[in-house]
Design a protein around this ligand. Structure first.
Ligand SMILES: *Cc1c(COP(=O)(O)O)cnc(C)c1O
Length: 382
């Protein structure tokens, strides 16, 4: 669509213009919500563009073009959820193939591989991806994907994307990066050597906690063809309304991420000084193990902060005592959220290599005024 997708434009401009030329019939500056399941054809077997909306929809297409432009990819595909995107990507593999995951990968990704695809014949194993030797040792002849999440959830570990890409490529595997936590506003995995970017659009891209969505982005034409086929064949596609909301979210992504990062840095600084907070995990803190790497491969450190308190019970108390931070799963919306990963988001990984400390609290720091957020945490910690 139009000249407005050009790479010469900067991120904030692409977010508003890529795939979003004014609608031709009436000049609507917003891409319409094309709420249709099918398309009238010009003649038998001659659709205008799509014959049926599982295969494509103009609102979804606009979101895909905008997201591809932001990630620096040539192809983007939208899905009904992050896990819908992941399932479709994993269906490019075959029984007997193998995937290497980080030992703190998103719990739903682990569950999909260990409990759905493993019995079906797709192997997977976990390792500490921050350790290059551990990654080399985890790769097998059958390894097709190395699956990186950085910063990771909920401990915010940082993985060297360019280093992991080289190790994966030397072994004939592809590097997949789940860019949900950083978003393309802060980190561009394809430019660092990744082959596929995965998103839970539910989080920062949507940004307002009002939709479930997913996406894949790649520069690999062959993989993109296969993924386009599978997207239609498997059918985990988003509706036009959710595609519209996702596109609307992208427009303010750069602004929101700036506010999330500023507020999270303030909150992390406050917690580091607080006597009841033990370990504080935030890549922007110079004490964080991955701080220097994060400073190299990210333009800022993101909106998620996690920290431990004295016990599991104390963690439950604190998480139930905030007023502005809502006690809820998920992350990446404009409102601040607090949760205890072990019994909440990470319940499905209990007893697995991904288990997290029960006294850990995770914050998704929103875009409210930071002084109000800090006052709320201070009250809850007292
Ligand atoms: C939420 C999340 C997912 C799964 O996305 P859904 O939209 O919930 O299906 C995948 N990866 C990460 C890092 C997530 O936070």
């Amino acid at each position: 669509m139009g000249a407005s997708t050009g790479d010469d434009l900067r991120f904030e401009t692409r977010a508003i213009h890529a795939g979003q030329d004014p609608e031709p019939a009436y000049g609507s500056v917003n891409v319409p919500i094309y709420q249709t399941s099918t398309y009238a054809q010009r003649a038998v077997g001659r659709p205008v563009r799509w014959d049926y909306a599982r295969g494509g929809n103009p609102t979804r297409e606009a979101f895909q073009q905008a997201l591809a432009a932001l990630e620096g990819g040539t192809h983007a595909l939208a899905f009904a959820s992050g896990l819908g995107a992941e399932s479709t990507l994993l269906l490019t593999l075959r029984p007997g193939d193998h995937v290497v995951l980080g030992n703190d990968v998103y719990g739903g990704t682990y569950r999909l591989l260990a409990h759905v695809l493993e019995p079906w014949g797709l192997g997977s194993s976990t390792c500490d991806l921050a350790d290059a030797d551990a990654l080399r040792a985890a790769i097998r002849d059958e390894t097709r994907f190395v699956w990186v999440e950085t910063p990771s959830n909920p401990l915010l570990k940082i993985v060297d994307i360019a280093g992991a890409a080289k190790i994966a490529h030397d072994a004939g595997a592809r590097l997949v990066v789940d860019n949900t936590f950083a978003t393309p506003a802060l980190q561009l995995p394809l430019a660092l050597g990744a082959d596929v970017v995965v998103h839970s659009v539910t989080k920062y891209l949507g940004g307002h906690s009002d939709l479930i969505g997913g996406a894949l982005v790649t520069n690999d034409d062959e993989l993109a063809d296969r993924l386009a086929f599978l997207t239609n064949a498997v059918g985990a596609v988003p509706g036009p309304m959710d595609s519209y909301l996702a596109l609307r979210g992208l427009k303010t992504l750069a602004l929101r991420m700036r506010a999330h990062c500023e507020n999270a840095a303030r909150v992390a600084g406050f917690l580091s000084q607080h006597e009841r907070a033990r370990a504080v995990h935030y890549p922007g803190l110079s004490s964080h193990e991955g701080h220097e790497l994060a400073a190299q491969q990210m333009s800022d450190f993101g909106g998620i902060v996690s920290f431990t308190v004295g016990s599991a019970e104390e963690a439950r108390d604190v998480a139930s005592s905030t007023r502005l931070f809502f006690l809820a799963e998920s992350l990446g919306g404009v409102e601040s959220l607090i949760e205890v990963p072990a019994p909440m988001t990470h319940a499905s990984v209990e007893g697995s290599p991904l288990e997290v400390p029960p006294e850990l609290i995770r914050l998704s720091v929103g875009i409210e005024h930071p002084d109000d957020l800090i006052a709320d945490l201070d009250r809850a910690l007292r």
